[in-house]
Design a protein around this ligand. Structure first.
Ligand SMILES: Nc1ncnc2c1ncn2[C@@H]1O[C@H](COP(=O)(O)OP(=O)(O)O)[C@@H](O)[C@H]1O
Ligand SMILES: CC(C)(COP(=O)(O)O)[C@@H](O)C(=O)NCCC(=O)O
Length: 299
């Protein structure tokens, strides 16, 4: 982000990511570049701010200024939304390949809204005003679950590989649909034949297992995790009386399948009353919010 002004300082915000499993390599690089002589303060958030605090001190003699990850997340969303015009978007006709359009959403009057942060696990927060939020609930079935299960089921080794497999797969070979049980729709409760009745439910048959490719298994894993998150998010939105649901976190990186599924599911199951929203800087809000918190301290 160019020409950003933060408390009188104007500059460029650069966004860089690497997995925490590579922290040792990062610290060695930082040491070889003499980072301790360049940076006076490093702010950090998330579990890693605690887990790697000692390593930063020992390896590069840097103190971490630690800020809570959910406070930082909310603060970062607030800052980027206010400073980045095209940040927030939604999908029209999400599951129709020809008619699907990504549209800008005016989020200038956002409150109240729900944040569904899909990282390794999932945290769901209700935000009522700047700095005023509560953590409604969470689920351990998140981005880490998708990647972990995909690695086990398909032998893939990276998130990018897992998503590429899922893009080529067909989850209906793996999941049991309403029509597999009813022979068609279940109209009394508006359950269409192509609705998933039982995720992975077809995998109790040896023939079906033999017919399912690793692409199909990856797709079914992605759809299962995504639909479960969508379902929990919808119940939270209804319970809290909130209609705007903002999905963030690195699980959504290079992952239009999940974004479109979430958009469709929120709209369909709420009969059009809930809106699924997405943000361009999906996995970076914690980092930005943490920088904002640091600036407040005057460092
Ligand atoms: N390059 C990547 N490597 C590993 N996981 C990735 C990558 N890109 C996206 N992901 C997804 O993002 C999830 C982690 O999300 P993130 O918002 O970074 O949360 P956390 O703070 O828990 O690491 C992973 O579990 C995975 O589903
Ligand atoms: C513990 C966490 C806040 C850590 O955040 P993350 O690194 O997953 O983004 C998150 O994984 C979470 O909310 N897990 C679900 C815990 C629960 O069952 O509520």
């Amino acid at each position: 982000m160019d020409n950003v002004e933060i408390q009188g300082h104007v500059g460029t915000l650069h966004f860089i990511r690497f997995p925490t499993s590579e922290m040792r390599v990062f610290l060695e690089l930082a040491k070889s570049k003499g980072i301790a002589t360049l940076a006076s303060t490093v702010c950090a958030t998330g579990g890693g701010a605690y887990k790697f605090e000692e390593d930063f001190k020992r390896e590069v003699n840097l103190e971490l200024h630690k800020f809570d990850e959910l406070d930082s997340l909310i603060c970062g969303i607030h800052y980027i939304e206010a400073n980045c015009e095209e940040e927030c978007y939604y999908f029209n006709n999400p599951l129709n390949e020809e008619l699907c359009e990504k549209k800008h959403f005016d989020f200038s009057n956002p409150y109240p809204f729900l944040v569904v942060n899909i990282g390794s696990g999932v945290s769901i927060l209700a935000v009522y005003a700047p700095g005023h939020y509560k953590r409604v609930t969470g689920t351990s079935l998140g981005g880490g679950t998708f990647l972990g299960l995909c690695c086990l089921l398909t032998g893939c080794e990276t998130f990018e590989e897992a998503i590429a497999l899922a893009e080529m797969g067909d989850s209906t070979k793996v999941d049991k649909l309403v029509r597999d049980i009813y022979g068609g729709d279940y109209p009394k409760f508006n359950l269409q034949g192509d609705t998933v009745a039982s995720s992975f439910g077809n995998m109790i048959s040896k023939d079906r297992v033999g017919a399912a490719s690793k692409e199909d298994l990856a797709r079914a894993t992605l759809v299962t995790i995504t639909n479960n998150i969508g379902s929990i998010a919808r119940m939270c939105a209804v319970n809290e009386g909130i209609v705007k649901v903002v999905f963030v976190g690195n699980f959504l990186r290079v992952n239009p399948i999940s974004m479109k599924l979430l958009a469709y599911a929120m709209d369909f199951w709420s009969k059009g009353t809930l809106k699924a929203l997405f943000l361009e800087h999906e996995g970076y809000f914690g980092a930005v919010g943490c920088l904002m918190e640091l600036m407040k301290t005057g460092c």
